[in-house]
Design a binder for this molecule. Structure first.
Ligand SMILES: Nc1nc2c(c(=O)[nH]1)N[C@H]1C(S)=C(S)[C@@H](COP(=O)(O)OP(=O)(O)OC[C@H]3O[C@@H](n4cnc5c(N)ncnc54)[C@H](O)[C@@H]3O)O[C@H]1N2
Ligand code: MOO
Length: 410
């Protein structure tokens, strides 16, 4: 057994990771599959939306001026000369004194400058002609959607770095985008070590417990935009752990458990053998045995994270180190994606200078109450918590009633 000789500071570890994880290359995906992806380049509109003047109401396309002075007592009479429907425009041009029946979304005929709402007139048959009897004037421009009122041609529809929302992909489709340039999703392999572990879905039995870390990690990787390979389970044997880390070509490997310095903690040595163990041991609580390093991949360097087996430590080490890296590889900001809130502490938090603490807290919108469980094996402390307070390395903690920032769990 080897003890931890020196623990890296959280900042040191983060800056090493930041300098070695640059965004992956772009790929083009069909617009129908681009929601949630991160745009790799600005996308400009090749066309205006709409690209024709369109009716915003059901009624009649008219020359507004020909309705001036119309009232219930003195209706204006316009001659109906045709019809325009979405996708089926009126072929000719319209003149003063004429009307074209039109429905919402249809192209406004040439010559018309307004749409009179169906409520403001009625059609009357007079001989072989249909007259539109107008009881209220409509001003020019009314209910006519201008070319490019939604998106003008040449404008930027969505900017590089944006995580595309459902409505973004809708807009991209509207301007005729077929393939969208997005940052490749970081591929992630989860390696679960521990002979005592049963796969999720099984009943705990004898001295075996159920592996909860792979379930938590899978959800976190999905949150951060990673593409997860099937989880690999490695028994606590050096060669098997080494093989599980080295296999595949994912951009990121998350190794859960076996990260410390006990006789069954093979991951750090295995990583040092097949690549570089850059950091092992961090001045933080929990997750002090966390570490990471790099191994060569087929086309680029792969980052391997050593996440302590204790469930809270595993979650915490992921949030501090793996999450920012996966997000950065995928073109997202490194910053924690949690919503933040502020409140006053109901009890003091004690930390040590030089150490970063991840303190689970309850939060009611105003008061921040630390959850008095220090054990990193108590996963339920994180389900009872509403979020966490991070105590920086430069602080010895926070006094009761002091205002602190809470990173809220979703
Ligand atoms: N000499 C030292 N020993 C230890 C130190 C230290 O600084 N010096 N740190 C301790 C701390 S803190 C932690 S955390 C653990 C982390 O060790 P490992 O990463 O090797 O974790 P394991 O021993 O494999 O497991 C710890 C604990 O968590 C349970 N576990 C493991 N995997 C899972 C899983 N996938 N799902 C649910 N629970 C899991 C496991 O059964 C153990 O109970 O090292 C200390 N030692
Ligand atoms: O960091 Mo260990 O993380 O206390 O349980």
């Amino acid at each position: 057994m080897r003890g931890f000789q020196r623990r890296a500071s959280v900042d040191e570890a983060l800056s090493t990771l930041a300098s070695r994880s640059i965004a992956l290359d772009a790929e083009r995906v069909p617009v129908t599959e681009a929601s949630g992806r991160v745009l790799a380049e600005d996308v400009c509109a090749a066309v205006s939306v709409p690209h024709f003047r369109r009716a915003a109401m059901d009624g009649w396309a008219v020359v507004g001026e020909s309705t001036f002075g119309a009232s219930t007592y003195a209706p204006a009479s316009l001659v109906l000369i045709g019809e325009a429907r979405p996708g089926r425009p009126f072929a000719g041009a319209l003149r003063h004194g004429e009307a074209v029946r039109i429905t919402t979304g249809a192209p406004v005929p040439e010559g018309a400058d307004a749409v009179l709402m169906a409520e403001r007139a009625e059609e009357i048959t007079r001989g072989d002609r249909t007259i539109v009897s107008v009881v209220e004037p409509v001003s020019p421009g009314k209910h006519v959607g201008a070319v490019g009122e939604d998106v003008p041609a040449g404008s930027i529809v969505a900017r590089r770095g944006r995580k595309l929302r459902p409505q973004d992909v809708g807009l991209l489709a509207s301007v005729g985008a077929a393939l969208v340039p997005v940052v490749a999703r970081p591929r992630v392999r989860v390696v679960i070590t521990g002979d005592e572990l049963l796969a999720p879905g099984q009943m705990p039995e004898g001295s075996c417990i159920v592996d909860s870390n792979s379930v938590v990690l899978a959800a976190l990787v999905a949150r951060d935009g990673g593409a997860l390979s099937p989880t690999v389970r490695a028994a606590d044997r050096y060669e098997l752990v080494r093989e599980a880390i080295a296999a595949g070509d994912e951009d990121v490997v998350l190794v859960s458990g076996g990260s410390s310095v006990g006789p069954e903690d093979h991951a750090p040595l295995a990583l040092a053998e097949i690549g570089e163990l850059t950091v092992h041991g961090v001045a933080m609580r929990p997750s002090s045995p966390a570490g990471f390093g790099f191994i060569a991949g087929k086309t680029r360097e792969r980052t391997v994270f050593l996440l302590p087996g204790n469930p809270v430590s595993c979650l915490c080490a992921y949030e501090f180190f793996a999450g920012p890296t996966i997000r950065a590889l995928g073109g997202l900001p490194r910053a924690w994606p949690h919503r933040r809130a502020r409140g006053r502490l109901a009890a003091k938090i004690v930390s040590e200078l030089g150490r970063v603490d991840y303190v689970r807290v309850a939060y009611d919108g105003a008061r921040v109450t630390p959850i008095m469980t220090s054990g990193a094996s108590i996963l339920s402390s994180t389900t009872r918590a509403d979020g966490v307070v991070l105590v920086s390395a430069g602080s010895e903690g926070h006094a009761e009633d002091e205002e602190v920032e809470v990173f809220l769990y979703d």
